[in-house]
Write a protein that binds this ligand. Structure first.
Ligand code: PLP
Length: 352
């Protein structure tokens, strides 16, 4: 049976977390002399002299309304990257526990594990980039604490099968983290509703992609209140700065505008996929549920350089497992995509 208390690291279970001035007094007062702020103000807006809300209550309430999930199930990190790091620090003991990743996938799961001295075991995706359940099963041992899944997956763009993710959730007694950074571009639904069924599920999302707010550094983790509580206890108290909280709240009022952008990006993705597929330099374009395409091309290094010579930078993913000869191309604006197509045509002419 799944028992979250068995998974929490010993030193974290007994942790007394930092109590900030804003924790100890919460509410209205005429004069705040409790946090050693600069009472005169700041060179910027007046309120920047104050520490931000460590609980990000307003932002979480707004996200709660949008996602239909109570605030007690939401953790906010300084980007998803902080949520990833905090999951390691909460649930994995350095030098003792291990986690499983499914390459090719997002590099931070492995980097963050290395920083925390956690062993990474690999259960590579199969040739069509779906989950290899047998490989996963044989990678799990007594010390395995987390399985990292990314859906839609970066850098491949495809979604993993929900039935397979559910098989893992039902059979693995550690945490299953599903990174949905690109979910807004997908034709498949989020796993968020499954949180009520699976106490071992953690869903990651971010404001960095569809919401267009990569610079604000706001990542979200959704999980049981017990998991979220542990994450909140070990995060730095002011991990989301005040300017980011304020700006994110403003942006979250613009759901309509964001949905319009998502529609444009998805339709550009399909157009780009068609044109790329028909291009003589392109061997294969993988199906994508994200805002990028993975394309296997001829002479990927020379083509990469050619695009760069035209001022276009894409990502060379050819060293990733199963991605030999592959470039990852973010969907641009219609004008940017037109420039990409022109540069690709110029490439064929230069080859002729
Ligand atoms: C871009 C991306 C993120 C977002 O990370 P942030 O730190 O929130 O900007 C998370 N996961 C994956 C797989 C990504 O590609």
């Amino acid at each position: 049976m799944f028992d979250i208390n068995q998974l929490i690291r010993d030193n974290i279970r007994s942790l007394v977390s930092y109590s900030s001035a804003r924790d100890e007094f919460h509410g209205e007062a005429r004069v705040f002399l409790d946090a050693n702020e600069n009472s005169l103000g700041s060179p910027l807006m007046k309120w920047y002299n104050r520490y931000p809300d460590p609980h990000q209550s307003a932002l979480k309430e707004r996200l709660s309304a949008i996602k239909g999930i109570d605030s007690s199930h939401i953790f906010l990190g300084n980007g998803s990257d902080e949520a990833i790091d905090i999951l390691y620090r909460a649930f994995c003991t350095p030098g003792e526990h291990n986690v499983i990743v499914c390459p090719p996938t997002y590099g931070m799961y492995e980097v963050s594990a290395a920083i925390n001295d956690i062993t990474v075991r690999k259960a590579p995706l199969h040739a069509a980039f779906g989950i290899d359940l047998d490989a996963l099963e044989s990678a799990v041992d007594e010390q395995t604490r987390m399985i990292w899944l990314c859906s839609p997956n970066n850098p491949t763009g495809n979604s993993l099968q929900v039935t397979e993710i559910e098989t893992i959730l039902n059979n693995f007694h550690g945490l299953v983290v599903v990174d949905e950074a690109y979910i807004n571009f997908s034709r498949h639904r989020s796993l968020l509703p499954a949180l009520t069924e699976y106490p071992n599920l953690v869903v990651l999302q971010t404001l960095s992609k569809a919401w267009g707010l990569a610079s604000l550094r706001i990542g979200m983790a959704f999980a049981s209140a017990a998991i979220i509580d542990v994450m909140n206890r070990i995060k730095p108290p002011y991990n989301i700065n005040g300017a980011s909280q304020e700006l994110a709240l403003q942006a979250l009022e613009e759901v309509g505008q964001v949905n319009d952008m998502i529609r444009i990006i998805v339709s550009e993705r399909e157009r780009l996929a068609d044109v790329l597929s028909a291009h003589p330099a392109v061997i294969h374009v993988y199906p994508s549920d994200a805002n990028f395409l993975l394309a296997k091309v001829q002479q990927h290094r020379a083509l990469y350089q050619h695009l760069l010579d035209h001022g276009i930078v894409v990502r060379d993913r050819s060293t990733q497992h199963g991605c030999a000869g592959c470039l990852r191309i973010t969907v641009g604006t219609p004008a940017e995509n037109a420039l990409l197509m022109q540069a690709l045509d110029a490439w064929m002419e230069s080859q002729a």
